[in-house]
Structure formats: structure tokens, C-alpha cells
Design a protein around this ligand. Structure first.
Ligand SMILES: Cc1cc2nc3c(=O)[nH]c(=O)nc-3n(C[C@H](O)[C@H](O)[C@H](O)COP(=O)(O)O)c2cc1C
Length: 184
């Protein structure tokens, strides 16, 4: 791959939820996407990445689990109802969490490492022509999600990635100029 090809891949990646929910994604592709996350850097080799790959009826279980937690936390009823079916919008849903560190600083750096892993996954998905979107987990649902995904309750859910074949492409939001300080 040339630097130009890498630049093109990076800038072509979009958050895209225009996904054909009925079109399966080969599990070999999903595995390659998931494995790419583990190649992200992580300070002191703490290997904080925790993942759950969810498909089929379990997507509804995930929705119900999060919706129930939202209801307990007094979230708006419309939002709660919408959440029940929201993970059916893509054939694959990936829950990504960061393990707790031995110190507050390590816990924070573990999250950076996992975020870098998510970007690897998004780029890998883009390279296959797949659509993906990093969604934020509902506040107050961390325990419910980690329990369902057989993770530690101290794991911090960083995001829920929707993955599948696109039905449409989306245009790129304009990027502001980067604020760069150059000291010479
Ligand atoms: C930590 C994080 C959380 C995000 N959560 C959501 C979300 O809950 N819903 C959503 O539609 N997009 C979410 N996004 C995607 C952003 O909206 C998207 O990256 C941004 O609009 C820029 O578009 P692009 O990814 O196509 O460049 C999230 C992105 C990040 C990094």
C-alpha cells in the first residue's frame, strides 16, 4: 500500500448507518476487523481491549438490555422504546470496552488504546467496502451491557459499532483546519 492509498482509505471512511440489515457479513471478514483492533498501541502492554460480536436475535437482547437499564434510570419513554430495536439496523453489532487499569492514569490510557483499536476496525471495515458507525452507549447502561457480554463490571463500554453492507454512501462532513503548533 502506498502512502497515497492509505490517505485515501483514511479520508474515505465515514460514519454510515445506511446499512442493509438483511445482508450477512462473512464471519471471516468480521474476524479480520476485530483482530485489527488488537494491533493498536497500548501503554505498558496492558492489552485493555474487550469485545463482543453480536448478531441474530442477540441484537434484540442487547437493545432490550440497554432499554431496561435506561428505563430504570428514568430515560424518556420514547427513547427507551426506540432503543429496543435499534441494533437490528445492522447484521453485526460490536460492543467495545476498555479494561480497568491498576491506577486512574492506566485506566485513562487504556481507553485511549481501545479508541485507537476502534479506528483500526473502522479502517479495516472501509477497506472491505463495509459501512460502520461508532455509536455511544446509553448512559447508565454500562453494568447491563458488560453483564450481557460476559465482561468484567469494571470494564468501560467505549462504543457500540454497527457493521454491515452499505445501501448508500454518505457525504463527508467538512473538516476544520487543524490547529497545529510548529516549533522550530
Ligand atoms: C466516541 C464517539 C462516539 C460517537 N457516537 C455517535 C453516536 O452515538 N451516534 C452517531 O450517529 N454517531 C456517533 N459518532 C460518530 C460521529 O458522529 C462521526 O464520527 C462524526 O459525525 C464525523 O463523521 P465521520 O465519522 O463520517 O467523519 C461517534 C463518534 C465517536 C468518536
Amino acid at each position: 500500500m502506498t502512502p497515497e492509498e492509505l490517505e485515501t482509505l483514511i479520508s474515505a471512511r465515514r460514519s454510515n448507518l445506511l446499512i442493509d440489515a438483511s445482508k450477512e457479513v462473512d464471519s471471516a471478514l468480521v474476524d479480520r476487523i476485530v483482530n485489527s483492533a488488537q494491533w493498536a498501541p497500548n501503554h505498558k502492554r496492558t492489552w485493555p481491549l474487550r469485545l463482543a460480536v453480536i448478531s441474530g436475535d442477540s441484537r434484540r437482547t442487547l437493545g432490550d438490555t440497554i432499554a431496561d437499564a435506561m428505563a430504570i434510570h428514568g430515560d424518556d419513554e420514547m427513547k427507551v422504546t426506540k432503543t429496543r430495536g435499534k441494533f437490528m439496523r445492522s447484521p453485526i453489532v460490536i460492543v467495545i470496552a476498555a479494561a480497568e487499569g491498576a491506577t486512574t492514569n492506566e485506566t485513562e490510557e487504556n481507553k485511549y488504546a481501545v479508541a485507537a483499536g476502534v479506528q483500526n476496525m473502522l479502517l479495516m471495515a472501509e477497506s472491505f467496502g463495509l459501512a460502520a458507525l461508532w455509536g455511544s452507549p446509553a448512559k447508565g447502561a454500562n453494568d447491563a451491557i458488560t453483564t450481557l457480554c460476559s465482561m468484567e463490571h469494571t470494564d468501560y463500554v467505549m462504543g457500540i459499532v454497527y457493521l454491515g453492507w452499505p445501501t448508500q454512501s454518505v457525504s463527508a462532513p467538512l473538516r476544520p483546519d487543524i490547529k497545529v503548533t510548529r516549533l522550530t
